[in-house]
Design a protein around this ligand. Structure first.
Ligand code: ADP
Ligand code: MG
Length: 361
């Protein structure tokens, strides 16, 4: 037994999760980092089959191969294995007994790194790069197409008015179709403009409840037509916040329109404003619509992700961009078949001041 301690002593202090397995892939020793990562307890883990803690066939295969033929193997395995570790990098090594040690058989050393955070950062960086690329395309398109489109629109409007005066009914109808489609293109461009952050951010002290009321009023006919009832629960003590009214309107419009799209058979839209802690406000937009499958939740904020035949897939990335520029957060929770809830958290003046003071230090 004492030779075990000698052999494993240096492993105890390693700053990464480490375990030693016997030839049957059972744990002989695991250090504190290992127990911390997998939520195991020293004595109970000893003798346990490694597959019970990290269930992965490929790991099992590699362990058996290294145990038989030696060498070194490095692999990534993806869980979740528990709430803490969802992705691991594992180095597998065969250790042979050195002369004088009581260990008779070759053992396997596992060095395990939790790479979940690393992967998350990588993913975030990748998404930021994607967003930059899309922003560039969006800015170019919005610039190149915006002006000619405005000219086309006003020219058609003029022709349409002249035709309606001449009571040329048929042509007038066609002109209406053209105008509607030009408007659709214009809306898409507006989405792109929001995405490319071309709209100047103009911060003013805003009553968010008021802005929400205007958006709801603007969409009230559409809600009625779609048989969606609207409930508003506004906390009157919510303080005003520094925000760009135009951009906030766009966020609320996008989220509410998505909610309406998710309730083709009608339903209920609930909009709540509330104080959050002492220095933030929360805006909840909840629908009783189709919901979003758990595996699709991470995708919905990605530019161009859409499940709609006529969707652009930019609405939510625009919302997230705008909310982030306001130092806030946009969170989502959803249940398929039951509905979706988006919560926007925005800092109040107090937190903004702290933020400015902190960043100017
Ligand atoms: N309230 C919601 N309920 C269900 N699905 C939603 C909701 N909001 C967004 N989604 C999903 O997220 C996708 C992306 O939304 P968005 O970025 O606004 O683009 P678009 O509306 O053009 O599809 C939608 O196509 C839809 O699949
Ligand atoms: Mg949308």
């Amino acid at each position: 037994m004492s030779s075990m301690l000698i052999a494993h002593d240096p492993l105890v202090n390693l700053p990464v999760a480490t375990a030693v397995l016997d030839g049957e892939l059972k744990i002989l020793f695991a250090n504190a980092e290992f127990h911390d990562l997998f939520g195991t307890i020293g004595k109970e883990a000893t003798g346990q089959y490694i597959g019970a803690i990290i269930p992965c066939r490929e790991l099992e295969r590699n362990l058996t191969a290294v145990s038989k033929s030696g060498g070194l193997s490095e692999m990534e395995v993806h869980g979740p294995f528990n709430t803490k570790c969802t992705a691991l990098k594992i180095v597998i090594m065969r250790i042979l007994p050195t002369e004088g040690e009581l260990i008779q058989q070759a053992h396997i050393l596992l060095v395990i790194e939790n790479i979940a955070e690393q992967l998350r950062h990588q993913e975030e960086r990748l998404q930021a790069d994607n967003i930059k690329a899309v922003e560039l395309i969006a800015a170019t398109m919005a610039h190149e197409l915006g002006n000619p489109l405005s000219i086309i629109r006003s020219s058609f409007q003029y022709i349409s008015e002249r035709l309606s005066k001449n009571e040329d009914g048929d042509l007038s109808k066609f002109m209406q179709v053209v105008l509607e489609n030009v408007d659709r293109m214009h809306d898409t461009l507006k989405d792109l403009c929001g995405f490319a952050w071309l709209d100047k951010c103009n911060l003013e002290l805003e009553d968010i409840g008021n802005t929400l009321c205007r958006v709801i009023c603007f969409l009230s006919r559409e809600c009625e037509q779609r048989q969606v009832t609207v409930e508003t629960i506004f906390d009157q003590t919510v303080p005003k916040i520094w925000a760009d009214r135009h951009q906030m309107k766009q966020v609320f419009l996008n989220l509410i329109k998505n909610a309406l799209d998710a309730m083709p058979q009608g339903g209920k839209l609930t909009i709540i404003t509330e104080r959050k802690e002492t220095d933030a406000i929360g805006i909840t937009i909840r629908d009783t619509g189709a919901g979003i499958a758990q595996e699709n939740l991470p995708l919905i904020f990605k530019p161009f992700y859409t499940t709609k035949t006529r969707g652009m897939g930019l609405g939510l990335s625009v919302c997230q961009n705008i909310v982030r520029q306001h130092h806030g957060q946009l969170a989502v929770s959803s249940r398929e078949g039951q509905g979706t809830t988006f919560v926007i958290t925005l800092p109040t003046e107090k937190r903004r001041k702290q933020h400015v003071e902190y960043s100017s230090r």
